[in-house]
Design a binder for this molecule. Sequence first.
Ligand SMILES: C[S@@+](CC[C@H](N)C(=O)[O-])C[C@H]1O[C@@H](n2cnc3c(N)ncnc32)[C@H](O)[C@@H]1O
Length: 345
Amino acid sequence: MRGFPEVDAAQALLAGTMRKDRVRGEVLDLSTMGGLLGSLPGVTLRAVEGSAAALTVLAAAGLEAEAAVPGDDLRTRWPERARTVALVLAGDRGNAYALAQVAWAHACTPPGGTLYLAGDRDKGYDRYVRAAAKAFGTGETIARDGGMRVAKLVRRPGPTPALPDPEGYEAFGVRVVGLPGVFSAARPDKATSILLGTLESLDLSGKRVLDLGCGTGLIGAWAARRGAEVTLVDGDLQSVRSARATLAANGLTGEVLHSDVDAALGDRTFDAILTNPPFHVGRGVVLDVAREFIAAAGRRLNPGGTLSLVANEPLPYEAAMGGIGPARELRREGGFKVLAATRAG
Ligand SMILES: C[S@@+](CC[C@H](N)C(=O)[O-])C[C@H]1O[C@@H](n2cnc3c(N)ncnc32)[C@H](O)[C@@H]1O
């Protein structure tokens, strides 16, 4: 989850600022992560999260968070809007996503209510605060720590900004719907393209295929188009929505699950698992999730089933894949390698 393995720096400044401001009562937290704002004295948290990993952490802490993405209407869960809203901008997910967050925060804040908006100066904070201040009619930065910033905005009457439109493109015979903030929303990723190009002659007809970390759903939709029975999973709810939209746009069927790695997969097993695993959390290189992907493949492959993955050349996945079967290098191109390992039949 964001901030892993520590507390997100912007959220830490947000919590300190709200504590100094003596915020009390119901607080709608649109980026709850591990639930830090719930530790503020006198605050009752309305926790909202889109990360499956964070939702698991929150549930373990006894917080029943709402799984939601920018633009979702939260009134079915909380008919009355809270007077205080908090949000950490995910500037590293791109301009459209951060602007969608701002529009969402505006829609969730009642007139006269307050938004505490945190972000990173190096990830567009000034730009997004200007957009927020324009919508709210007022607002200023009230706290700074290193590159982190927190602004306080009180909502004056005025319209909520529109959500940015999804992006889209056609690749490998698939019409891809890329929602804001989803990996490779505007064009196919180079590594993913190399993976699909390498697997072109693979016969997937009638096979059970898992797209692990599906993002926009390009890989899973490509497999479904080739006659596979597909399951797509992603830990990010916005990606799950994007992948569902991609399948629908192509008239394809398949299940798309919101899942931290394979946690939501029950007892499902697969003949093929295809993945372009993540190796970043925010800006840092973190290989834990990719290793979890490989371990999950070891649990989920049927005998004779194959894990195929694409990775940057230097990333050392071969040893972990050895737990499934000897890692074979299918292709090396443009700084990437395609690896496969088959579970003994
Ligand atoms: C490199 S992207 C690949 C996306 C897509 N398959 C493609 O090729 O365009 C990795 C994906 O893994 C997802 N992811 C990251 N951590 C995850 C986790 N713990 N569980 C499930 N998915 C995760 C990300 O949200 C992202 O969509």
